[in-house]
Write a protein that binds this ligand. Structure first.
Ligand code: LLP
Length: 426
């Protein structure tokens, strides 16, 4: 459920008509709804009410990569969420937004020594290591700082998540984690290393999962491994189950399992684990909490259907070009009839296509349109391709709204470039 609803024929973000935001800040622009973010965070937490997770309860560490906007992070920080970060940049963002260091998990296959040092100095809660080579580097960095890093190994359970190949992470051929079969040996070697203290285990098999079965299979394998690791003398106090729960994009498709069903599956799969559970949800928290607001530049005839050319492009919302992702497209002030249309951006390549032959509201030049479910992996994956400045980000809260990131100016986009000396002068 989201808070982008029509009132008097105009789509609103909570109590703010999107026409008003478009007039004030122009288009394209991302708009996020605080009430939706808060609702999704609450629903996810409530879904975990019945999981066994020790005295502190589960840690919900929001996957910052999904949407690292300062207001989004600060909203989640106030709700007590932690953060799953994958770079020094995300770590700094999470800390600035007020997320306690203890609640920060550092994931990712390519953490550098500098990023490790930064995270150690901040005092983060856990490093999720993805290779023994990484354990070696972290051991050296922690030892040189006279510190101890709390670590888990991310296990690659070799489970097919059944999602798009580019966002599937839990198969043995993917770059993520250490092989399941090598886990016991990896833990034994890590236990010998100075500066690292093994405290847990982690898994994440992919994103936009629409079926709980692969997750359940992965968790089953992790449960078996926890028992083996404990039998080998390792203290496994935390179990990080990653993120991955899908959200509805296409209203005509069956909706992915809701958080409550996910929570019930987790409760069953992790019964008796006797560990603190950690979750890293991204999309399910923020996906439906954002739209990309865009204006129709013109409509031109096409062979089968008209081309609706909007002022947002693949550089602003890359998911359709990259994953053939489906985003619902709605007029902000629908005119009534629905038609089939191709929706494209102004960028000079055919990949800059949001939808072909889509049944949608009939629109004309100047009309406003929203790409729905654009809260996750949208603004954060934007580029400036075709020298298009980065899109602003607005957050709405009831009848209030605020520009969190202003539109990048052309000067900001190109003004930093310096000509080499041989090209200066005439
Ligand atoms: N934890 C780890 C270690 C991850 O790699 C990810 C996502 C998450 C948690 C959060 O997953 P979520 O709950 O959001 O599914 N750009 C792609 C999605 C890439 C996901 C990368 N990892 C997209 O637009 O669909």
């Amino acid at each position: 459920m989201d808070h982008f609803l029509y009132r008097d024929g105009v789509m609103h973000a909570e109590d703010v008509p999107l026409t008003l935001i478009a007039e004030a800040v122009g288009t394209p622009t991302y708009v996020y709804s605080t009430a939706t973010i808060e609702r999704h965070a609450r629903v996810f937490k409530e879904a975990l009410a019945d999981v066994e997770s020790g005295p502190d309860g589960p840690l919900v560490a929001y996957a910052v990569k999904a949407n690292p906007n300062a207001a989004v992070l600060a909203t989640l920080a106030r709700l007590g969420l932690g953060a799953d970060v994958v770079s020094g940049g995300e770590l700094v963002r999470a800390r600035r937004a007020g997320i306690a260091a203890e609640k920060i998990i550092f994931s990712g296959v390519g953490k550098t020594a500098d990023e490790m040092a930064l995270a150690l100095r901040e005092g983060i809660g856990q490093f999720n290591l993805e290779s023994e080579e990484e354990a070696e580097t972290l051991s050296a960095v922690a030892t040189s700082l006279g510190m101890e890093a709390r670590v888990a190994f991310r296990i690659n359970p070799d489970v097919d998540a059944g999602t798009h190949a580019k966002i599937s992470t839990g198969k043995s051929e993917n770059k993520f984690g250490i092989p399941y079969a090598g886990a016991i040996a990896a833990y034994a070697r890590a236990a010998e290393r100075p500066g690292v203290r093994v405290q847990g285990i982690a898994v994440h098999i992919g994103s936009q999962l629409t079926d709980l079965t692969p997750l359940e299979a992965a968790f089953g394998r992790i449960g078996a491994l926890i028992a083996e690791l404990r039998a080998a003398g390792h203290a496994i106090a935390t179990a990080d189950l990653g993120g991955g729960l899908g959200v509805p994009y296409d209203p005509s498709q069956p909706a992915p399992p809701p958080p409550a069903l996910y929570g019930a599956m987790v409760a069953k799969a992790t019964k008796g684990w006797n560990a603190r559970l950690i979750f890293e949800p991204g999309r399910v928290i923020i996906g439906n909490a954002g739209v990309l607001l865009t204006r129709v530049i013109r409509v031109k005839p096409g062979a089968a259907n008209p081309f609706v050319i909007v002022d947002a492009a693949m550089n602003d919302l890359m998911r359709p070009a990259l994953y053939d992702a489906w985003h619902d497209i709605r007029a902000i002030v629908p005119r009534g009839p629905r038609v089939a249309a191709n929706v494209v951006g102004p960028v000079c390549e055919t990949g800059d296509t949001f939808a072909m032959g889509r049944a949608m509201d009939r629109v004309e030049a100047g009309d406003l349109v929203a790409f729905m479910t654009a809260g996750a992996y949208a603004a954060t994956m934007a580029s400036t391709y075709n020298s298009r400045p980065l899109t602003p980000e607005i957050v709405v809260n009831g009848a209030d709204w605020s520009v969190v990131r202003p539109r990048q100016s052309l000067e900001q986009l190109i003004g930093e470039e310096r000509l080499p000396n041989w090209l200066q002068g005439d």
